[in-house]
Design a protein around this ligand. Structure first.
Ligand code: G3P
Length: 207
């Protein structure tokens, strides 16, 4: 399973990319706003730090503007993946961009039916939000299982399942056990994955 970092913070990205286990980055308008920087500059800098895919999200909601924003984002670097929301206009934008050879990540997915349409629209990645489903009393990981089952039924579907809205190491492990293609993980959860109190205690005793 590939590990993407869910962050637009250059400091965090640099520190974790140095570990060698980060395969890509996902950003969204909220993460860019938190960084306090301009979206185009931020994406360009992130792309220069990572070889893998870097998701950059459009902010428009209508097809024409989304498409022109997506085309602009795609020119920033060869490893930009344009992120669009799972709406009718977003899916149309996905089709147009992927037909032109641009990888698209369709985000804000909350049902298997939406994931099926994103695959039909040629998405390179589908991003189901597990944490936000859990938040409202649904089972986020059940959605991942359903999407993997459906995609697995068709050789023609090449869309990768990118598990997003990860809140804990358990989400990551569950996604890996189900065979998800990618997890995009916030930096604090990556730190939690690496840490164990018995590792720390053992090391202290050894030293
Ligand atoms: O990249 C989008 C996604 O991971 C958002 O997570 O925690 O805001 O639901 P969250």
């Amino acid at each position: 399973m590939k590990i993407f970092l869910d962050s637009a913070d250059i400091g965090e990205i640099t520190a974790l990319c140095d570990t060698g286990f980060v395969d890509g980055i996902t950003t969204n308008p909220s993460l860019i706003a938190k960084s306090g920087r301009n979206i185009l500059d931020t994406i360009a800098e992130i792309c220069s730090l990572v070889d893998g895919p870097v998701s950059a999200e459009v902010t428009a909601t209508d097809f024409e503007t989304m498409l022109s924003e997506g085309q602009k984002l795609a020119t920033i670097a060869q490893n930009v993946t344009v992120k669009v929301p799972l709406t009718r206009d977003g899916l149309m934008t996905c089709r147009a961009l992927s037909d032109a050879g641009t990888d698209v990540n369709v985000t804000l997915c909350f049902t298997a039916g939406q994931a099926l349409l994103a695959a039909k629209a040629g998405a390179a990645f589908i991003s189901p939000f597990v944490g936000r489903l859990d938040d409202i009393g649904h089972d986020g990981m059940q959605l991942i299982a359903e999407i993997l089952e459906i995609y697995g039924n068709y050789d023609s579907i090449q869309t990768e399942v990118l598990v997003a809205s990860i809140r804990s190491p358990m989400h990551v492990l569950h996604a890996a056990r189900l065979g998800a293609d990618v997890c995009t993980i916030p930096p604090n959860v990556i730190q939690q994955l690496a840490k164990h109190t018995l590792t720390d205690k053992g090391l202290e005793a050894f030293l």
